[in-house]
Write a protein that binds this ligand. Sequence first.
Ligand code: 3PG
Ligand code: CO
Length: 555
Amino acid sequence: QNAWKLADHPKLPKGKTVAMVVLDGWGEAKPDQYNCIHVAHTPTMDSFKTTAPEKWRLIKAHGTAVGLPSEDDMGNSEVGHNALGAGRIFAQGAKLVDLALASGKIYDGEGFKYIKECFDNGTLHLIGLLSDGGVHSRLDQLQLLLKGAVDNGAKRIRVHILTDGRDVLDGSSIGFVETLEKDLSNLREKGYDAHIASGGGRMYVTMDRYENDWDVVKRGWDAQVLGEAPYKFRNAVEAVKKLREEPKANDQYLPPFVIVDESGNPVGPIKDGDAVVTFNFRADRMVMLAKALEYEDFDKFDRVRVPKVHYAGMLQYDGELKLPGHYLVSPPEIDRTSGEYLVHNGVRTFACSETVKFGHVTFFWNGNRSGYFNQEMEEYVEIPSDVGITFNVQPKMKAKEIAEKARDAILSGKFDQVRVNLPNGDMVGHTGDIEATIVACKVTDDAVKMIIDAIEQVGGIFVITADHGNAEDMVKRDKSGKPLLDKNGNLQILTSHTLQPVPIAIGGPGLAPGARFRNDVPTGGLANVAATVMNLHGFEAPTDYEPTLIEVVDN
Ligand code: 3PG
Ligand code: CO
């Protein structure tokens, strides 16, 4: 018996084309003027809720429902797409690192032992996102790691910070740098040589993703490894405060800077014999630097000098590429994803997004695995994203192009599942530009319309959902929901994701007449979607998958 063989669904037929549409950053929240989805003209998305309420519901997209440590953790695309694709809830990087730090096991692991070999003669460099956002990294984990490093013999430490303002409020970077500075100065009082060595905004320095723009990684390399940057400061708090004063400057886009000593020399370039840890647990925005640090043959930019270091990631960022080779905590082992099952059961799949979200609907969807399961059954199409702009100036992004590709794939008859991610709500939402985000939501709705029109033509089925909230709430609020003002009386703009649930709608002419959402899975979340989609392809889901959201009643 083939372990991959799925049982036939007792009531639902095979062979229907299923469009699986993920709206990135599209949650459900109370209607008000800061809910861009509400303000935008979105007749298609609205119609699902109003015309077929038994085929529309909300599902959880944050906290423990997606494997995050607590209910205070907002959802994000990594854990969201993992849950959507894998059909089960896995303890995610944030949680696994918490556990390894709490038990101290992190210090007994192979990865830590490897970097520790450099502690006697070299410097320990820690590179990562400095905030408590909990999406890519967490400040409290960095603090524990610093303590653990000195307890285990590190004497000279340099931290290379990336300021956030995307998973947390813009401007909060100053407080995080102050906190870190205080910790480092406490270490200095105890005789350790510990300093911040360089920095820059996450969207401009180091944390690009999916090879959208290698210049971002190069700017980081120059500052972190070579000790070269356009701005030099004696002190990181001063650096962040000063650079934020530039017109249009914000935490996400701070230019790169290095910290220099009294003679003007950088305090912490990375040298032969040093140890390096990238302390982000999330892969997508660290794997490019991992490549630059680890690959011997590397031609994405001129590294000038390649230091011989012992490098470890907080996690291994790509299990297929084994990158990096050394890591402090083992990543979640997300196996037997719905994509792999469906391919084994004859479901031909098309997946598409633009660069900035391409890996979400392929790599994350497939359990952090790059490439195809079976190239003959699958086609993944990446539409190049605009490079070097913030998406509020181009809120339409490539939504139309993605929808056209999906439409063509649906009409071609070559695929059983056509899966896309529409990035606009999220990518424009992260800029904090409310007007632009309203445009982003409208464009997304237009794209959904194009896709369901194609499904209509081929007699198929659509599933429209989202990976987490973002565009539905653009302001920070107090407990009662009232928008909060900062000390100057300005609205506090929320650039981050939210804790909101997301909608899921099913429909299309191919949907069996009695198919509708069940009422007995009230706490359903993103992980329940995989079984649902398997059903719509005519299969029962594996028994250990989270239960399907649908039932078929006899009419
Ligand atoms: C980012 O990496 O852009 C944000 O930190 C999280 O956004 P995403 O989870 O939607 O990718
Ligand atoms: Co996002």
